[in-house]
Design a protein around this ligand. Sequence first.
Ligand code: GTP
Ligand code: MG
Length: 207
Amino acid sequence: MLMKTAVFVKSSKMYQECPTDKLPEYAFIGRSNVGKSSLINMLTDRRTLAKTSSTPGKTQLINHFLINESWYLVDLPGIGYARVAQKAQKSWGPMISNYLIKRETLVNTFMLLDARLSPQKIDLDFMNEMVMNQVPFSMVFTKADKLKPRELKQNLDAYRNALLEIWEYLPEVFVTSSETKAGGEELLDFIEKLNKLYAEHEGTGKK
Ligand code: GTP
Ligand code: MG
């Protein structure tokens, strides 16, 4: 996919405030610091489009970036970031859950997972919530550059096996690095395919 334009459009507190032009959109979700904003910058080939930080909790709102004037990438706040003690640690907070469940133009959500870690309860719980609420999602492993190929394979295999114990089949899996740009083209090709389906079916069918 050719990345012609990528512009920040707006930050919203609630899904009701999000853009109303019915363009298809793709959200990035995952724990604080997993690399959501960095991945958006990598995909758009713009270093500072989405704000990144080594301090967790950088992204606080629902941020829409318009790509090629035809679809949106959406940067979301991290899940499980305990700024306000225990309550905020509940992964499925109302801002994010309402957005994921009710946003009509949300075509797919990319669940980001740190490739260095074994399956974490908070991530598994979050993905199970998405399954239960019929939120379509794919898994995106991040920071692949921090592992040797053999370690990476071991970790991904462990993840797949853990998930196949609870699910019958796996969603689409992408392996990425914002440092080396690995996996970026695959992800954009996947989005392009979904954009075509969205255009053919005139929406996600969600009301
Ligand atoms: P919140 O907005 O706080 O939820 O975090 P986020 O998920 O948006 O993470 P962000 O993109 O801000 O990245 C967090 C840190 O991880 C930054 O210091 C990034 O430079 C680093 N980082 C992100 N992706 C990669 C990657 O693929 N490889 C390496 N080596 N570092 C990465
Ligand atoms: Mg962020």
